[in-house]
Design a protein around this ligand. Structure first.
Ligand code: SAH
Length: 315
């Protein structure tokens, strides 16, 4: 099967406008290539350990060129989709290019990365580079789709600790209840995006890792452009945070969940829900004890593989 790859060239400051307009036209799965993000990343490189220094300096030499280079928003249309004309007309002020690509060209790339995957009964995660065909093959009509480019951040949805959390969120988040959600350790932003798509009113997402904060911001604007409903902050758990939530989601490791439980209680309204995950089954009873000690009643524990996630209610 053939697809049309469309690329819209845009000045950096218009990326949000372009993505919002495309989303309004019903186009999903946008990938953004913004050189300014690379420059920003390079300026904070001192704090990241894993970077290959040689690569950094090679790129840094081109800093000026990077700053002035345009950004690109790209996406795929099925060949028979009529809206290429519509897009060209709507974006007549921009440089729109397209090329037809064959399904076959993609195959190997997909295999290297992750594929659209149904991770709960209602949620599909789809890499931004997935073709419409692959996404449609797993997506049910009523499903929520989360488009992701996790980069180096954790959270494609395919790890048990994430899918268990998403499953418990589905049971807890209700459209129309105006729930506020705190996502501690947001990684790729997957849980924050899911919260809004499931019907929460607003989310504060926190991560201690700058690259994750950046990835979360990008993934959020990809899924919910121009949304004021999700804020992302760099931080250590909820230190210095005033926010009171109806629901806290925290897919951290056992020791961190144990450490965080008393603070979770402080950041929830009475009767609030604490969903914790990233807990190895062998650590379950230790974590349960800590959560109960912090003032919660355990409501449900879900397990998959070696992992469990705990749903608790503040008494
Ligand atoms: N929420 C995502 C990612 C979970 S991975 C998901 O469910 O898939 C755990 C995340 O917690 C990582 O991104 C890590 O950087 C972050 N983290 C670890 N320690 C933290 C701390 N003390 N405060 C805030 N975030 C932390």
């Amino acid at each position: 099967m053939k697809y049309t790859e469309v690329k819209i060239e845009t000045p950096g400051e218009k990326i949000e406008e372009v993505t919002a307009r495309l989303m309004n036209m019903g186009i999903e799965g946008l990938a953004i290539d913004d050189p300014r993000e690379t420059v920003k990343m390079l300026s904070t490189i001192g704090e990241t350990e894993w970077f290959d220094e040689g690569e950094i300096w090679k790129e840094a030499e081109d800093r000026e060129a990077y700053i002035n280079a345009p950004a690109f928003v790209s996406f795929y249309l099925q060949e028979e989709e009529p809206c290429l004309d519509e897009i060209q007309e709507a974006f007549s002020d921009f440089n729109v290019t397209w090329k037809v690509v064959d399904d076959e060209d993609w195959k190997d790339k997909w295999k290297e990365y992750f594929h659209p995957t149904k991770v709960t009964s209602r949620i599909v995660v789809s890499p931004t580079w997935a073709s419409p065909k692959e996404l449609e093959s797993v997506r049910g009509e009523e499903d929520i789709v989360i488009h992701l480019d996790p980069g180096t951040a954790f959270g494609t949805g395919t790890h048990e600790s994430t899918s268990l959390t998403l499953g418990l969120m589905e049971e807890t988040i209700d459209q129309g209840k105006d729930q506020k959600v705190l996502d501690v350790g947001t990684g790729s932003g997957i849980l924050a995006i899911a919260a809004i798509k499931l019907g929460a009113k607003e989310v504060l997402a926190i991560d201690i890792d700058e690259d994750s904060v950046q990835a979360a911001k990008e993934n959020i604007s990809l899924n919910i452009p121009n949304s004021e409903s999700i804020k992302v902050a760099l931080g250590d758990l909820t230190k210095g945070v005033e926010y009171k939530a109806d629901i806290i989601v925290a897919n951290l490791l056992s020791d961190l969940v144990i450490r965080f439980a008393p603070d979770a209680a402080k950041h929830l309204v009475p009767g609030g829900i604490f969903i914790s995950s990233g807990i190895l089954i062998e650590k379950q009873s230790e974590v349960v004890k800590a959560i109960e000690k912090a003032g919660f009643r355990i409501y449900k524990i879900s397990e998959a593989g070696d992992w469990c996630a705990i749903l608790a209610e503040l008494i």
